[in-house]
Design a protein around this ligand. Structure first.
Ligand SMILES: Cc1ncc(C[n+]2csc(CCOP(=O)(O)OP(=O)(O)O)c2C)c(N)n1
Ligand SMILES: [Mg+2]
Length: 686
């Protein structure tokens, strides 16, 4: 019979040796941190977390985020040893393991469920994709906000439906990154006591000791943020780790940071405590020595000793199953007592929309003076947020400019004392905002974050992860182009549309009038597995007369024919998005007056259009019509694919300038006459 202490030790060393062997086999990876943090991950999973390996998407499970994603073998080991089951994209529980021993043998190889870094959507049991340092901890703040919000909305006396905790493990790299600082500051402000970060304080990063570049007092910094800071001086002391986690769970009104002093490459006689243990295989001889040190069979590979799987089954397995059983029974009686709330939870979990989600969406009458994209957005967002209880979000301190504030009665502000509020105040923290939106989306809320389009750059790494994770996150970007006017080139986006369009999976939409804004939101809300960026104008745009021009519903196809000549063959096609749409319409009217047969194509979204059938795309852009002019207040890069080699692009090839909008339009050529002249030129009708 093995003692409990033996089994603890054996389990920890199994995580260590699986990690070592996988990296060695792959000839690539990061062995040192799993060797050091195996006791932490073991303690957290087997002694503390409420997680049922049979159902890794059970809504009230504790969340585990491995923010130092390079230590992914920790996660693959523990998902394997707990026997966590796979779930498919339809949220169905499959019988097979999430990560098999074979996957671990094939660590970092194509098709393996043990890839280089944790990937949500690829491996069941991964709560968020990590690897870009700082993203995991920042997203964990979104998860903690989501949990508070869910508890406030759905818990009732006798019905604690949501009370899970969020644990995130991070290293020096994560804590050096600005995004983590932004997120930690906000978490402290919000008093997120359901959030625990464990900091792997090993004093090592890739280039060597942290004394090279990171000598601040992390504990004092987090105390200043308003966190509770704990220290565990020995990463191998699982009882002390358990105690610290216990203190976290008893701590109210503050998030907790546990500083864990560890030794990277623990047990490797020549590499422990050195950067050499970080990111390369130990080497055969060093592997043998480390295993000898652990009292492990030196030649064994990928060994899971008898009793280890059973030990996890008796720990996290039994605790998680019991917790889920109790919750399921509780939820069944909740369903009887609060059927509407229960069905909201069901819908949310499946990323569905409630019935009537689009009722009362505005229809804007034709109006030459028009309305700004951001103002139309404000009206739409307020209707949607009322219809969809779990739609929430906010801005990075630009609510009054982005017009994203939810102003209806009862919308409320999310603060420590009012966790049911739907207006989030991210502060001037665009990067953390986007990561937090990811965390909210991962928690199945429908979340938006807003800022000026120019500052999408500050959020881009997290937007990229939302695309990679296939999350239906919503990014609202206003002040979309040089229309920003007097603020000048620092505030005028140029290359941003092109760069977002280059991001796989992200839907970018730049609607051309108020009704296109409505249709853009209608499209975005129905996305379940794709993020979207709404790029909206600051200035008023004419609301087109839809009795005269085609309905805005065409937005759902990415591009559509807005206006055609009354008769005859097409001569030229004008393509535009956003604020340039009405410009194209004016040019079109001028050309018609000269009997030039032009068509206007409104193209708010390349990505959506590119996914239409060839037949539809050819009907919008007939291949035989080669004379084409695209006009967009943005980098011209990429428009060739729609205008062809014979076409012209009126766009930006320089930065903007500080001046009133009218003058900028003149300076950069965004005027109907210029568009019409370009069309004439293409047709040889100068
Ligand atoms: C944003 C970002 N920058 C750089 C990297 C490359 N990188 C991966 S791990 C690492 C060092 C991390 O040091 P630490 O967090 O202390 O990890 P440890 O070696 O202690 O596990 C770096 C620079 C990255 N993954 N993400
Ligand atoms: Mg480190």
């Amino acid at each position: 019979m093995k003692s409990a202490a033996d089994l603890d030790r054996l389990s920890v060393d199994t995580i260590r040796t699986l990690s070592i062997d996988a990296v060695q086999q792959a000839k690539s990876g990061h062995p040192g941190t799993p060797m050091a943090l195996a006791p932490l991950v073991y303690t957290l999973w087997n002694r503390v977390m409420r997680f049922d390996p049979e159902d890794p998407i059970w809504p009230n499970r504790d969340r585990f985020v491995l923010s130092n994603g390079h230590a992914s073998m920790l996660l693959w080991s523990v998902l394997h040893l707990t026997g966590t089951r796979a779930v498919n994209a339809d949220y169905e529980r499959l019988g097979q393991p999430s990560v098999s021993l074979d996957d671990i043998r094939r660590f970092r190889q194509i098709g393996s469920k043990a890839p280089g870094h944790p990937e949500y959507h690829w491996v069941s049991g991964v709560e968020t994709t990590t690897g870009p340092l700082g993203q995991g901890v920042a997203a964990s703040v979104g998860m903690a906000i989501a949990r508070k919000w869910l508890a406030e909305r759905y818990n009732r006396p006798d019905f604690v439906i949501f009370d899970y905790d969020i644990y995130a493990v991070c290293g020096d790299g994560c804590l050096m990154e600005g995004v983590a600082a932004e997120a930690a500051s906000l978490a402290g402000h919000l008093g997120l006591d359901n959030l625990c970060w464990v900091y792997d304080n090993n004093h090592i990063t890739i280039e060597g000791p942290t004394s090279l570049a990171f000598t601040e007092d992390v504990a004092t910094r987090f105390l200043a943020y308003g966190w509770n800071v704990l220290r565990v001086g020995d990463a191998n002391d699982i009882d002390r780790i358990e105690q610290a986690l216990d203190v976290f769970r008893k701590t109210k009104s503050r998030p907790s940071l546990i500083i864990l002093d560890s030794h990277i490459g623990y047990g490797s006689p020549h590499k422990q405590d050195t950067a050499a243990a970080h990111g390369e295989p130990l080497g055969d001889e060093e592997v043998r020595l480390a295993k000898r040190g652990y009292g492990w069979p030196e030649e064994a590979r990928f060994l899971v000793p008898d009793g280890v799987r059973e030990h996890f089954a008796a720990g996290v397995g039994a605790r998680g199953a019991a917790a889920r059983r109790e919750w399921t029974a509780l939820f069944a009686s909740y369903r009887s007592a609060h059927p509407e709330l229960a069905s909201e939870i069901d819908q949310m979990q499946r990323r569905e929309l409630p019935a009537g989600w689009d009722r009362d969406l505005p229809v804007f009458p034709a109006d030459a003076a028009g309305i700004a994209g951001r103002d139309a957005s404000s009206k739409v967002l307020n209707v949607l947020a009322r219809n969809i209880p779990w739609l929430l979000g906010g801005s990075a301190d630009l609510g009054p400019s982005n017009k994203t504030t939810l102003t209806y009665e009862g919308a409320g502000s999310f603060q420590a004392g009012t966790p049911g509020g739907k207006n989030l105040h991210f502060g001037i923290r665009e990067h953390a905002m986007a990561a937090i939106v990811n965390g909210l989306s991962l928690s199945k809320l429908r979340a938006f974050g807003a800022t000026f389009f120019i500052f999408s750059d500050y959020a881009r790494p997290a937007i990229r992860l939302s695309a990679l994770m296939e999350l239906p996150a919503i990014f609202v970007f206003t002040h979309d182009a040089v229309g920003d006017g007097e603020d000048g080139p620092t505030h005028q986006p140029v290359e941003h549309l092109t760069s977002l369009r280059a991001m796989p999976g992200l839907v970018t939409l730049r609607p051309g009038d108020a009704n296109e804004v409505v249709e853009a939101y209608r499209y975005v809300m129905q996305l379940r597995h794709q993020p979207a960026a709404l790029v909206l104008s600051r200035q008023a745009l004419p609301t087109l007369d839809r009795r005269r021009y085609a309905p805005a519903a065409g937005v759902a196809r990415g591009a559509y024919v807005l206006a055609d000549p009354p008769s005859g063959n097409l001569e030229v096609i004008l393509i535009a998005s956003g604020s340039e749409l009405s410009l194209a319409v004016q040019a079109h009217e001028k050309l018609l007056a000269e009997s030039i047969r032009s068509r206007v194509v409104s193209m708010p979204s390349w990505e959506i259009f590119d996914h239409q059938t060839q037949e539809y795309r050819d009907s919008v852009l007939p291949p035989e019509v080669k004379a084409r002019v695209a006009v967009e207040q943005a980098s011209t890069l990429g428009w060739e694919r729609y205008v062809g080699s014979g076409g012209r692009v009126i766009g930006m090839t320089t930065f903007g300038a500080s001046a009133p909008l009218k003058e900028l339009q003149k300076k950069f050529g965004f005027e109907p006459d210029r568009v019409a002249a370009t069309a004439r030129e293409l047709l040889g009708k100068r």
